[in-house]
Design a binder for this molecule. Sequence first.
Ligand code: GLC
Ligand code: CA
Length: 556
Amino acid sequence: MHKKWWKEVVVYQIYPRSFYDSNGDGIGDLPGIIQKLDYLKELGVNVIWLNPIYKSPNADNGYDISSYYDIMDEFGTMEDFDKLLQEAHKRGIKIVMDLVVNHTSDEHKWFLESRKSKDNPYRDFYFWRPGKNGGPPNNWTSFFSGPAWEYDELTGEYYLHLFAVKQPDLNWDNPKVRQEIYKMMKWWLDKGIDGFRMDVINLISKVEGLPDDKEGEKQGGLIGFRYYANGPRVHEYLQEMNREVLSKYDIMTVGETPFVTPEIAKLYVEYDRNELNMLFHFEHMDMDCSGSKWNIKPWKLTDLKKIMYKWYLALKDKGWNSLYLNNHDQPRMVSRFGNDKEYRVESAKLLATLLHTWQGTPYIYQGEEIGMTNCKFESIDEFRDIETLNWYKEMKKLGKSDEELLEILNKRSRDHARTPMQWDDSENAGFTKGTPWIKVNPNYKEINVKKALEDKNSVFYYYKKLIEFRKRHPVIVYGDIQMLYENDEKIFAYTRNYEDERLLVVMNFSEEESEFLAPKEIFTQKPELLISNYEIDDNIQEKIVLKPYEARVYKI
Ligand code: GLC
Ligand code: CA
């Protein structure tokens, strides 16, 4: 068994802008995080992943970095960061930083230089190309709507930006770019950080010649990705990064990788490849949409089971999975995969049970541990996210109504994840003494940390229990998985097996009571109930009737 500390931990993701504001300017900050470390210690998590905290003009909330060696003004200073690192370590909590190196801000000094003239030494740090037939160099489109190219008057050429206009793509084919990045990574690692979450890391190698994507144009949706997702030199670059940087430290790495299948993922995470420890794939995030994230359709439990089991099998004994159901780019999981009305608490606990009893490293997104939900946005002015705002503008041009667009955004906007953390029932949910940069979810009087800590049956304490459980039962981390009820649309059930420990997990993903018939070899062994999200006290019978969103974990 390939034992590693990063398989045994639970990661807690912090979106600093929305976590806790210590100085009343309406924006969360590093001192705010320090003040809440004891809360995270109480929850029991071992690692914090911080969304970007580097200097940034915030076109995309820190994913547009203007200096990799400085802290964003609104978040504090490098002294604050050093203190955060020290205080976290004191409590046995590691810090993983976001690494955003597919692109920089257009205000980064490399780009400011690069844009000055065609023969500037930094020109080749980015992708500059002359136009074609009076338009951009190719037909690629941006993740944030519109073309992936921006014209720059000064030199009469276009630059590539797969994301916002203010996020020009770095040219990884230039060895100087790679060396600058490795140097910067070492600088942070030498400070003592414990790893990196690598932003869209599988997009860094573009096909030479940046060809037009004819196929993509026919299909619609995002055009161009087949020429840069998992591109020709990406493994060469990651192996180089591993050789020169990662392998020199005892850290964890997780790559954010859209457009990967388990077969492709193996190339990034198999132990003998020396690239990354694990990935965030998107297959389960794509279950409830078709073509693009805005085209919503219902999801099916059998799809979720198939996807999770397929990934488990593919990486079994050769690599490792990360487990998440939401993050700063996704709607809140309880609103999307559970029921955020009458079964909010039950379904939040059910989803937690899945994340913490499947094989892989679980990632909790801030607020998930108290069952925070999507927010009801009343008008377009309440949104802040560039992806949302650009898409809205594009759709308005096509003649769509506000009503229609709001309905989609109220399910899908990234801002659902970004409303402030709900600490208590005082004004602004206790997030800030000033005016919050984005609206607070109006349900904060009902759903908040203070209330959760006062109620022993809260979602919070259920998470705490699952996290403790992981620490005491190696079967959770290292055990293999056998699926039961594979084709059932309501029941998700499996056993976990490791050495002489065996668990049975049974979950009802529906609003109706559902029956589970235990295999004989299980119920005859008088399994013992370890965890459940309803008050029950029974040993397993041949037949169990599960209540809506009920989840149970038994020791066999
Ligand atoms: C990743 C981040 C997202 C960001 C994008 C561009 O997908 O998670 O928040 O907007 O990359 O950096
Ligand atoms: Ca602040």
